[in-house]
Write a protein that binds this ligand. Structure first.
Ligand SMILES: CCCCCC/C=C\CC(=O)SCCNC(=O)CCNC(=O)[C@H](O)C(C)(C)COP(=O)(O)OP(=O)(O)OC[C@H]1O[C@@H](n2cnc3c(N)ncnc32)[C@H](O)[C@@H]1OP(=O)(O)O
Length: 290
């Protein structure tokens, strides 16, 4: 892990911290974390690229690096926005790392779930403008990451899908996944899509409002930068207060029930029936491959 939670920015050879140069002048900076790359040029818009092969699954290590990266950017006055995308072809993120939820101890499940919560609280509650450039499939936790951003642009490839498919795995999306979903697509679409565990191909996701626009894959980053410029044209304080007003109730709900939510997750995931469902799902993924 090359990022650290606090401390002075370093300006040296190799991996550098995102920070400000002496005299407060913003610098171009790159942080070469192992699971995502992060760069902040003079424009004040960072690009975060997931790079955790084979499928950018959200492991404990990934989630920790993600949260620390967000914290770094949030605390950097030079950074006003972040575009989140993936370096992997065809995959934005495969969602939570299922192996983190299989055959582990209660302590591990507790730590893992706290890290999932932390990532979401930071991303959904970010003061920065957050744009997801969804350049591949994005099931479950991957969909949560995209939905937690202010704006989603997806590559228009119908082979790429996005959605909260937890029900297909025999698990239940927690209330704050559901709340985030409802805030994006509305109650009726969320209700149907969640119960069916639907993964929506990009054109359908656009029709449902799960993603805001579709563009050809090669235009994705260019369009994300244009959208970012549009959002950043407004005064930060007005936009930030408005964002807080829109998201606060949902964020506060998790903050108020955080420990209870962890307890629920640990109890649920420790059940033999759930372990069996998760193992079968992993088997199915492997079989589908061969
Ligand atoms: C109160 C309880 C609450 C619980 C709430 C839990 C909330 C959220 C749950 C989740 O986020 S669960 C994760 C859901 N994700 C999925 O269902 C996606 C599953 N994966 C896929 O559909 C495909 O892998 C893909 C992402 C479309 C990519 O397809 P591709 O053909 O490119 O790659 P594969 O061959 O299928 O996979 C490569 C390799 O990665 C392993 N893998 C895939 N996804 C995951 C994952 N989410 N976690 C861990 N490992 C994953 C897959 O098994 C393959 O492994 P190997 O066979 O190469 O060992």
């Amino acid at each position: 892990m090359l990022l650290s939670g606090s401390g002075k920015p370093q300006f040296g050879e190799g991996n550098r911290e995102v920070g400000e140069a002496p005299l407060g002048r913003p610098v171009w900076a790159a942080v070469g974390g192992s699971l995502m790359s992060l760069c902040l040029p003079f424009t004040g818009v960072a690009t975060m690229k997931f790079k955790s092969p084979p499928v950018n699954s959200l492991s404990l290590e990934f989630l920790t690096e993600f949260s620390i990266s967000l914290e770094k950017l949030e605390n950097n006055r030079a950074c006003r926005g972040v575009i989140i995308t993936s370096t992997l072809p065809k995959i934005f993120s495969s969602g939570l790392d299922i192996t983190e939820m299989c055959g582990k101890s209660m302590e591990h499940y507790t730590e893992f779930w706290r890290a999932v919560q932390e990532m979401w609280l930071r991303l959904y509650g970010s003061n920065m403008v957050t744009v997801a450039a969804v350049n591949g499939s994005s099931p479950a936790g991957g969909c949560l990451v995209a939905m937690s951003c202010d704006y989603r642009i997806m590559a228009e490839n119908p082979k790429f899908s996005i959605g909260l498919n937890e029900a297909q795995l025999g698990i239940v999306a927690p209330f704050w996944f559901k709340d985030t979903f409802v805030n994006v697509v509305g109650h009726r679409i969320a209700e149907r899509s969640l119960q069916l565990g639907s993964l929506h191909p990009a054109p359908e996701a656009h029709k449902l409002g799960l993603v805001d626009e579709l563009v050809p894959e090669e235009k994705l980053m260019e369009r994300a930068a244009a959208v970012m410029a549009q959002w950043l044209a407004l005064p930060d304080h007005a936009r930030q207060l408005t964002k807080t007003m829109m998201r606060k109730a949902v964020l506060d709900r998790l903050v108020a029930h955080r420990e209870e939510d962890i307890k629920n997750f640990v109890t649920f995931v420790s059940k033999e029936s759930i372990q069996k469902s998760l193992r079968m799902y992993m088997e199915m993924l492997k079989k589908r491959k061969s």
